[in-house]
Design a protein around this ligand. Structure first.
Ligand code: 1YM
Length: 649
């Protein structure tokens, strides 16, 4: 069946003309330098392929033509993305006389529909569908199915984007429906690994559903042992997002403040609420892409929020004329906010391209917040007052914390090094070779002390659970003896005064048991380091270690196995192994010999050291550690995962 040209068919439909396709170059460069197009060939790059295709479906939804997207992780390793939009145009492309528009989109680099002129959604980012050819180039197979004009069209590509034939009509579209379905199988010769991680995909899809109010996104995993299917659809969009982020926290009040403002080429949507906690959690997006490092939209919002709150507090007399203004950080304590902007030609800047650079966005967001947030304060005086009162408390705590910190600093100057009494320090004064083991409980500390290498390994026993810094202000934190011991042992200060060049150990190792208590302690310590000594985490100085759960004899040699998984792997490798397995007790109950065996080898080279050298990032470990606190985990993984080492010993 011959295909009509797009013009012949599109009678009276102003949306798309195949002639609008912009062609920049051919496909080959993508396979030669995949990193240039998708960032990396690791897991991030692999998942990027899914985002590219899903983005096209979301663009179609933003253009108002689609309200449902389905994403399926296929049992054979592929991914299928389907939408119920108009279907990619199937008419012959006027410039490539023998090719349909759909084929051009999938085989020509940087070919896509043009936005901003005529039909398309006027504030969508750049070209629609430009990533499709990149996905095709990096797949062993890609199947494109289009339902349009009552026909079901199919086209297949193999080995990095080579068509196996033309776009063919294989029959009528089901019940005259329209839409695009793309299935692809990533090329194992390009990617380090080709297994998709369901959690990564699900989290991203959920955020997309939050940012596109009313859009239904369905996720399914057809692989063995997969989690059940999930559907995301939020009628209140980012307001639901804020509620979701605050769900596990104690909200300061029930209402969520929401406002939006639209201009010719830009628009902004903002939702915000406060919780009883002490941290600010502002998530910003530009055209649905997360701007993790902020940028103009965040700047505009923060500046205006500070002004609006201070003006309100002064006008109502909560803050006297002579009083100092509240600082931005005081007002933002406990805030949860989503800022979503859409604009033409977004500029993503910075090393990780996570910062929005378009200057006009700042004044749009500032104006919108000035006007709409002031209105909201006037209309909701009870909530506005709660926000101001919380800001006043934060300001007082800020002043108290400063004097507490000054006191701590003066004290440590007076006490000489000011080292905590229970620290068993190493003799070396060279941070590069020094390791600090933070161990749980005094008995564990005792065995670790005997098992250590006294020259380079120091032991700091921590009694019970440390304070959860997520739930305490800094002045209270500084009164806690365990926290004080940590700060002085590490020796580099705290929070904004933290100076990573002064750390006394280049490895700060959290050594805790494999049980629930151990995992809780790890979480608390990681939270503390993340919140109060961020450069320590970012510099890759924080390590997590765990004593093994089993031991067994191979001949005369004792072999230690980390957990049940390691035991199973060992048995698979040694099918004739007869000796018993001993289940080791926790750190505190391990005797000196066992601990020495598992932390040091006979040549005095610490096994921890070996493990450090071989350490790999495991964000699953992170998700276990951070438990249900998705937000903390997300921050942790996104900003630091590559630098934190999780040890398996
Ligand atoms: C599962 C992936 O790609 N959907 C999709 C893509 C397009 C359209 C609709 C579309 C766009 C336009 C007009 C337009 C694309 N079209 C193009 C191009 N889902 C998915 N749904 N008609 C249909 O942009 O005006 C590129 S993407 F370039 F052909 F217009």
């Amino acid at each position: 069946m011959a295909l009509k040209t797009e013009k012949e068919r599109n009678v009276g439909e102003p949306t798309y003309d195949a002639g609008d396709i912009t062609v920049l170059e051919g496909l080959d460069p993508v396979r030669k330098r995949p990193g240039m197009y998708i960032g990396s060939t690791g897991p991030t790059g692999l998942h990027h392929l899914v985002w590219e295709i899903v983005d096209n479906a979301v663009d179609e939804a933003m253009a108002g033509h689609c309200d449902r997207i389905e994403v399926t992780l296929l049992a054979d390793g592929g991914v299928k993305v389907a939408d119920n939009g108009r279907g990619i145009p199937t008419g012959i492309h006027p410039k490539y006389k023998d090719k349909t528009a759909a084929e051009v989109v999938y085989t020509v680099l940087h070919a896509g529909g043009k936005f901003g002129e005529g039909g398309g959604y006027k504030v969508s980012g750049g070209l629609h569908g430009v990533g499709s050819s990149v996905v095709n180039a990096l797949s062993t197979r890609l199947l494109l199915e289009i339902d349009r004009d009552g026909d079901h069209h199919v086209m297949e590509f193999i080995d990095g984007g080579n068509p196996t034939g033309k776009l063919l009509v294989t029959g009528p579209s089901p019940k005259g429906s329209t839409g695009t379905t793309v299935s692809f199988w990533p090329d194992p010769s390009i990617f380090e690994e080709i297994e998709f991680r369901a959690q990564t995909v699900v989290e991203r899809l959920q955020v997309m559903a939050f940012l596109n109010k009313g859009l239904e996104i369905h996720f399914e995993d057809d692989r063995p042992d997969a989690k059940p299917a999930q559907t995301f659809k939020y009628k209140d969009g980012i307001v639901d997002y804020v509620r979701h982020l605050n769900a596990a926290k104690e909200a300061l009040f029930r209402k969520v403040c929401y406002f939006e403002q639209k201009e010719e080429t830009m628009e902004v949507d903002i939702a915000l609420q406060w919780n009883a906690g002490f941290y600010e959690s502002i998530h910003s997006f530009a055209n649905g892409i997360s701007t993790i490092d902020g940028g103009m939209h965040e700047e505009g919002f923060k500046k205006s929020l500070t002004n609006v709150a201070n003006k309100y507090a002064k006008a109502k007399g909560t803050l006297k004329e002579k009083d100092d203004n509240l600082l931005g950080e005081d007002i933002r304590e406990g805030i949860t906010a989503i800022i979503s902007v859409r604009l033409q030609d977004p500029q993503f800047e910075g090393q990780t391209k996570g910062k929005l650079g378009n200057v006009p966005v700042r004044s749009l967001v500032e104006r919108a917040t000035n006007e709409k947030l002031s209105e909201w304060f006037e209309e909701n005086p009870r909530e506005a007052n709660q926000i101001i009162q919380k800001g006043l408390l934060a300001a007082r705590a800020r002043v108290a914390a400063r004097s507490a910190r000054d006191l701590t600093r003066r004290k440590s100057a007076l006490d000489g090094a000011g080292l905590p009494g229970k620290l068993v320090d190493c003799s070396s004064k060279e941070p590069r070779e020094s390791e600090l083991f933070i161990v749980e409980g005094n008995s564990a500390g005792g065995s670790a002390k005997d098992a250590r290498n006294p020259k380079t390994q120091a032991i700091l026993p921590i009694r019970g659970k440390i304070l959860n810094v997520e739930r305490a202000r800094i002045d209270k934190m500084l009164k806690n003896t365990e926290i004080q011991a940590l700060i002085s042992a590490i020796g580099a200060g705290l929070a904004e005064d933290f100076d990573v060049t002064k750390i006394r150990y280049h490895k700060v190792i959290i050594l805790a048991d494999a049980d629930v208590d151990g995992s809780h302690i790890r979480t608390l310590l990681l939270t503390f380091f993340f919140r109060q000594m961020k450069p320590l985490v970012e510099g890759g100085f924080v390590y997590v270690a765990q004593p093994p759960l089993y031991s067994t004899l191979v001949g005369k040699e004792k072999v230690y196995l980390k957990d049940d998984h390691a035991k199973a792997a060992f048995l698979a490798e040694h099918p004739n192994h007869k000796a018993d397995f001993q289940r080791l007790k926790g750190l505190g109950e391990m005797d000196f010999g066992e601990l020495k065996d598992t932390t040091m080898d006979p040549g005095q080279r610490s096994l921890l050291q070996v493990a450090v050298e071989q350490a790999s990032v495991a964000d699953e470990v992170c998700s276990v550690l951070m438990g249900e606190d998705v937000e903390l985990r997300r921050n942790f993984i996104q900003t630091n995962a590559k630098d934190v080492r999780f040890l398996d010993i």
